[in-house]
Ligand binder design. Structure first.
Ligand SMILES: C[S@@+](CC[C@H](N)C(=O)[O-])C[C@H]1O[C@@H](n2cnc3c(N)ncnc32)[C@H](O)[C@@H]1O
Length: 272
């Protein structure tokens, strides 16, 4: 057992928690101690280290930030699935797409922020590609970003185990995917719409926007309130007036940011 193999002293846990907070904004409470222990135990073994103190020293002296990247990849929670919180995709096709088509702009920009292994942006892409023909004649781009370099690489690959693809409605699976080496592979029509980029939400954002829709679901639950406040304020800056912000089921802007109106179940609209 990892727990027995490497002791994690309070002092080292505090150092690691601070590093995660400073780098990624993720709060590691005492309750996450066993989780950290398990995830990082694998790194210690891979590196041949004797204990967490050695690991902390390695991170402190890691000039190239190579281990910092592995460390951050190890502590992120990447749980996701196709068409997770399906009502958001229903809202996209029933409300957002018709409104966009009735307007006079041809450009649609969507950001999946904290996209994990890509199921979220591919679900968005399938919803769009299954929409009216006129929609796909427009200039549509989906930016998919995450802090974890491993999940971004998997998203860009666009190939999923059969069980993971079970959440894709049958009609979409037939139309937008094919089987290769027992994996469900996203087709070119979807891949053309999405660009996967490694990006820390706490750092600078190279894109200038404006975005029409930002999906940021099940990401800010790991952040403290001041970090959430700064992030939602930056989202409001980057969204067009009346742009949409889609949050996760347990996320709430109440008392965090007053630049949005709640218009649906965890669906917000930027005030003008
Ligand atoms: C639980 S997943 C949510 C995935 C997807 N949005 C969904 O709802 O299914 C949270 C993702 O946020 C990413 N994340 C956490 N902190 C981040 C940060 N500071 N910058 C960018 N992504 C971050 C994690 O790497 C993880 O992949």
């Amino acid at each position: 057992m990892v727990q027995e193999q490497f002791a994690l002293e309070d002092n080292d846990f505090r150092k690691l928690s601070k590093l995660v907070m400073d780098t990624a904004g993720i709060v590691l409470s005492e309750r996450k101690r066993a989780f950290i222990h398990g995830r990082l135990g694998r790194r210690l073994r891979a590196l041949g280290l004797a204990d967490f103190s050695q690991y902390c020293r390695l991170l402190e002296t890691d000039d190239g930030d190579d281990e910092l990247r592995n460390f951050i990849n190890a502590v992120t929670t990447n749980h996701t699935s196709f068409f997770r919180e399906a009502h958001h995709f229903d809202f996209l096709s029933r409300v957002i797409i018709p409104e966009f088509l009735s307007g006079n702009t041809t450009r649609l920009r969507i950001w999946s922020a904290g996209c994990s292994t890509g199921e979220e942006p591919y679900s968005i892409a399938m919803t769009l590609a299954a929409g009216p023909t006129a929609l796909m004649e427009r200039d549509i781009k989906i930016l998919a970003t995450d802090l974890d370099t491993n999940v971004i690489a998997r998203g860009a690959e666009g190939a999923y185990e059969l069980e993971r693809a079970e959440g894709i409605p049958d009609a979409y699976r037939k139309r937008f995917t094919r089987l290769r080496d027992s994996k469900v592979v996203m087709n070119d029509e979807l891949c053309r719409l999405i660009t996967f980029v490694h990006l820390n939400l706490l750092g600078p954002w190279p894109m200038s926007g404006p975005f029409d829709i930002i999906f940021c679901r099940n990401v800010v639950i790991y952040f403290d309130k001041p970090t959430q406040r700064r992030l939602f304020d930056r989202y409001a800056d980057l969204l067009r007036p009346d742009g949409w912000l889609i949050a996760g089921h347990s996320e709430n802007l109440l008392g965090v940011c007053e630049r949005f109106d709640l218009v649906g179940r965890t669906i917000y609209r930027r005030r003008r």
